[in-house]
Design a protein around this ligand. Structure first.
Ligand code: ADP
Ligand code: MG
Length: 483
């Protein structure tokens, strides 16, 4: 779905390629044993290697390599048996080495593909590469007095940079891509995907062109840390570029920053070319060589990923594509659902989870992890509906009670006497009483006023305080009234 943008000189096509920086889940950094926990006191997780003390040598952390390979397999990518670490040279106060160790010509993971779901169908997005690199430290600036500080806790933390092809055609497609990638990373346990904490950040490369024309010159918008801001930044940047070109100007390849407060992008610097970085293989590190067995072992450990899970939910449980895709987006949601649905009505379980529980959680601003209703308890409620112990209507009241007090369905139903009455004798008694008390209506009904049937059903249900089994009420009433 290439959503074209209208300009003064006709339609424009938006072209986007994303570079996602995903922090690797690992206790230690890429080349040192310092810790990586988020939110620690500044400079409390810095080894001599991370501070670039003279003579310190990097030692590759095997766990980070394993995580990168796992991620590569999860995005159906080629794993390179041989890869090389390079130095990317530049100066910045938060980069004590004076270079970043990254991978340039020979990354650990090559081409892959990721499928996104759009309103009008699926689309495959190409992935160019995934490479391992170090994160830099962080500069903090005080205004009164004016001072700058450096926190090196992040210095040396392992990142996976995942680079897409310029296959995305709208901000919505870019958003779907980041969501899908984040979902896969979380399933794999290779990145926690937390954008607020900066464990997933993304750079958006944006250009515009007339449909069918060659690719335009791109600008790169750096460090977007929310999907919403990314979409706003892309749309803003596209409009800016169209205005420049239609005004007779041309786009300079630039690195830009997005200012969410003003909803605009600003130039940070003209974009450097690769040769400006003087990349060369890091002489302190050997090439990384992986064996087929090593890769096969990791492949054997991969969990079921969202696409496969979705297909299984549709095929085995008969769920709609829409429901299945919502259920598999987060691994925890899928696991919760499977616990609820185990041995129960699969569609009923999906409906209750997606509409009732998510609706209630949304209202109080909570996530599934903080749900007062556990999967076991919701499952218990579904079972009571399926076996006819309570009606669907009463179930909503029971659910509200469960949600508020965290109790299980059985004990609420018992304590409040909400059991559905499915005893034909008891229901017949109720119906006879209602008929006796409304003889005038019975006469009207018999003389052809069919609509009154609903009145009788309503009366019986009311007398039973909503507990009478509605099917049974209908059936017995029909018999009695037509007798
Ligand atoms: P760099 O380090 O210069 O940013 P990378 O290879 O890391 O280069 O990333 C380039 C990114 O830019 C990729 O995501 C690619 O898809 C995207 N890209 C390349 N050309 C264009 C273009 N004309 N318009 C939009 N995105 C582009
Ligand atoms: Mg880049």
């Amino acid at each position: 779905m290439a959503a074209l943008i209208k300009g003064e000189t006709g339609d424009w096509e938006l072209v986007i390629g994303l570079e996602v920086h995903a922090q690797v889940v690992s206790e230690a950094k890429l080349f040192s044993s310092a810790a990586t926990a988020f939110g620690a006191a500044p400079n409390s997780q810095v080894s001599l290697v991370d501070a670039a003390m003279p003579g310190m040598l990097p030692v590759i952390n095997q766990e980070c390599v394993r995580q990168a390979v796992k991620t590569g397999l999860g995005i159906n990518a080629k794993i390179n048996r041989l890869s090389v670490f390079d130095r990317k040279n530049y100066f910045y106060p938060d980069l004590p080495q004076g270079y970043q160790i990254s991978q340039f010509l020979q990354p650990v993971v090559g081409e892959g593909v990721l499928t996104i779901v759009l309103p009008d169908g699926e689309k495959s997005i190409g992935i160019e590469r995934l490479h391992l690199e170090q994160d830099a430290g962080k500069s903090l600036h005080d205004q009164h007095p004016r001072k700058s500080y450096i926190d090196l806790n992040r210095s040396g933390v392992a990142l996976m940079e995942i680079v897409s092809r310029p296959d995305l055609r709208s901000a919505a497609e870019a958003a779907a891509y980041v969501r899908k990638l984040r979902s896969i990373l979380r399933y794999l346990g290779t990145c926690d995907g937390n954008m607020q904490e900066g464990s997933l950040r993304c750079d958006a490369n944006v250009s515009v062109r007339k449909p069918g024309a060659e690719l335009g010159t791109r600008c790169e918008i750096k460090n977007l840390n929310s999907i919403r801001f990314m979409q706003m930044a892309i749309n803003h940047e596209a409009r800016r570029q169209i205005e420049v070109i239609e005004g007779g100007g041309k786009i300079d390849q630039q690195t830009r920053l997005y200012d969410a407060n003003r909803d605009e992008t600003r130039s940070m610097r003209s974009k450097e070319d690769a040769h400006d970085y003087r990349y060369f293989p890091d002489p302190d590190l050997l090439p990384l060589i992986l064996t087929e067995d090593y890769i096969a072992d990791i492949a054997a450990e991969l969990p079921e990923l969202p696409d496969a899970k979705q297909a299984r939910f549709i095929a085995e449980y008969g769920l709609s594509e829409e429901d299945a895709s919502q259920l598999v987006e987060e691994r925890e949601t899928a696991a919760y659902y499977e616990t609820v649905a185990e041995g129960r009505d699969k569609k009923l379980a999906a409906n209750w989870l997606l509409s009732e529980l998510f609706g209630a959680l949304n209202k109080v601003g909570k996530g599934l992890a903080e749900s007062p209703v556990s999967a076991k308890f919701l499952g218990g409620l579904i079972a009571l509906i399926s076996d006819g112990t309570i009606s669907g209507r009463i179930a909503k009241d029971v659910f509200a009670e469960m949600f508020e007090h965290g109790r299980d369905a059985d004990s609420i139903v018992e304590a409040k006497g909400l059991r559905q009455v499915s005893d034909a004798g008891a229901i017949t008694d109720l119906i006879e009483a209602v008929i006796a008390a409304n003889q005038d209506k019975v006469v009207e009904f018999k003389s052809g006023k069919d609509k009154l049937f609903g009145f009788f059903v309503g009366q019986v249900m009311q007398q039973s305080q909503g507990k009478a089994n509605p099917q049974l009420v209908n059936q017995v009433l029909r018999e009695k009234l037509n007798a």
